[in-house]
Design a protein around this ligand. Structure first.
Ligand SMILES: [Fe+2]
Ligand SMILES: [Fe+2]
Length: 481
């Protein structure tokens, strides 16, 4: 079979020859009804009978892999798609550096691998759950379609992890696969595994922030796992990254369009001070200081996803050849980090300082730094929109010590600039830095659905180009009535 193209003859589309892998096909088919139940209960609320203009992968060739068509979401063909196997691939880092990549799970690393796959898998359905109510307040059919595209692909990413669990981890893999459908975002008894995936996504600005900042954490994690010596995991993650790019595009352009609309409205009204919140809000657009607060929230929640700055788990996973660094193969060093150090931000006698740590235990910090650099790119675009409109306002990333629940700074309070403050000051000021109930209420008041083709809510600009080059008035979702 041609591993570039996807076999659609089985119930579960795939390019891993499932029709000749009866046992795994059976396990996946057994898991399928539970997945459909989960999608029905926790997937997008409403719109399940609507025709949505979605892309579906027909190939894993990055030059042309998706085709677009109208699909009802429950009929989306969630498939198992791995990037093509690289011939003679070797483990690119760690103690097994240069040895052939594993096609089966090495016994001594089984538990670590399973844990990493389960954690990654858990985030995928979680985001669908977090976003399930957004359909009813979409600012346009274009945005509605993008939301659903992200949702069905996160569903597919769950399938990707479940395939690995069922194929390579036997009975406990099957149990983990079932548990992935049992946990629920924000549930008191059975929450999702990571903090940011239990937070609410109450409005569309949050959705754009989530896809920009939190999906980007996903990108960094997938990049590290794409380096894995366990070849099936590497191949799975490589293809997921192809899809993930669109999710971050949705976030970046979404925030751009909100900023754009706000700046236009301020200009039309003759506003010179973008911090005149009451006046800006009276125009029915989201003021820049509130956008900044949302950014503070989502960036800080996403930083927590990288775990502790200094971590022996991260060192072990690297040594074992399971989880590498961002763009590992492009880094010019020994890929074993035997004597290397890495500067880690720490709290030393009440002061934030850079301290050299062994590079091996500092891998989470390093990945987080790579992430921050990646985040800056969007910031530059948004700030350019603001300055082109003639305003002296800059969106900024908060200091890493700001609003943290995990790692070095979890027990202290800091301002977005990184000045350490006491509890009383924090409680007094946090509403200046993080979205307050009032801010949430204001944003919620703008969230009115716009369902006419080509029309957009007043708080967001239309996109520059359509999906699949469709014209401005294209009906991306045919809502059944
Ligand atoms: Fe994903
Ligand atoms: Fe994503």
């Amino acid at each position: 079979m041609n591993f570039m193209n996807v076999d659609y003859s089985t119930k579960i589309p795939n390019n891993v020859n499932l029709s000749e892998d009866r046992q795994v096909l059976k396990a996946l088919e057994g898991w399928h009804p539970g997945y459909m139940d989960w999608w029905g209960d926790m997937g997008p609320e409403g719109f399940q009978q609507s025709l949505v203009y979605l892309r579906t992968a027909y190939s894993v060739d990055p030059r042309g892999w998706a085709k677009f068509d109208y699909v009802k979401m429950p009929e989306y063909r969630w498939g198992i798609l791995l990037a093509p196997q690289e011939e003679n691939r070797v483990i690119p880092f760690g103690e097994n550096y240069g040895k052939p990549a594993w096609q089966e799970v090495p016994g001594e690393h089984r538990a670590t691998l399973r844990r990493l796959i389960v954690i990654q898998g858990d985030t995928e359905p979680a985001s669908v759950e977090q976003q399930r109510h957004l359909g009813k307040t979409a600012p346009s059919l274009y945005d509605l379609r993008n939301l659903f595209q992200v949702n069905v692909e996160e569903g597919r990413h769950l399938w990707a992890m479940v395939y690995l669990l069922q194929k390579y981890f036997g009975r406990d893999g099957r149990e983990e696969a079932d548990d992935l459908l049992r946990r629920r975002s924000g549930d008191a008894d059975s929450p999702r595994m990571l903090g940011a995936f239990n937070e609410a996504t109450p409005d569309w600005l949050s959705f754009f922030m989530f896809t920009y900042f939190t999906d980007r954490d996903g990108k960094m994690q997938l990049h590290s796992l794409a380096q894995s010596g366990f070849d099936p995991l590497s191949r799975t993650c490589r293809f997921m990254l192809t899809e993930e790019a669109h999710h971050m595009f949705v976030g970046e352009t979404g925030i751009s369009r909100v900023v754009q609309r706000t700046c236009e409205a301020m200009k039309e009204a003759g506003i010179t001070d973008p911090t005149d919140i009451a006046w800006v809000r009276a125009l029915g657009v989201i003021d820049l200081p509130t956008i900044q607060k949302k950014l503070h929230l989502h960036y800080s929640l996403s930083l927590d996803l990288f775990g502790s700055e200094v971590s022996t788990n991260a060192a072990n996973a690297f040594n074992a050849g399971i989880k590498g660094r961002y763009r590992e193969t492009q880094i010019d060093d020994d890929h074993q980090l035997k004597n290397a150090t890495y500067p880690v931000l720490k709290l030393v006698d009440g002061v934030i300082k850079r301290v050299d740590e062994p590079a091996l235990t500092a891998l989470n910090m390093r990945l987080r730094d790579d992430y921050t650099q990646d985040c800056v790119k969007g910031m530059l675009r948004w700030n350019k929109i603001i300055s082109l409109a003639g305003y002296q306002y800059k969106l900024t990333l908060p200091n890493v010590a700001f609003h943290r629940q995990i790692g070095e700074f979890k027990d202290v309070h800091a301002t977005p600039e990184g000045v350490l403050i006491d509890d009383a000051t924090w409680n007094q000021r946090k509403g200046d830095w993080l979205p307050s109930t009032d801010d949430g209420d204001f944003i919620a008041s703008l969230m009115k659905p716009v369902t006419e083709a080509g029309a957009y809510a007043g708080w967001i600009s239309p996109p520059k180009v359509g999906i699949d080059n469709k014209p401005g008035d294209f009906e991306y979702v045919k809502i059944e009535t």
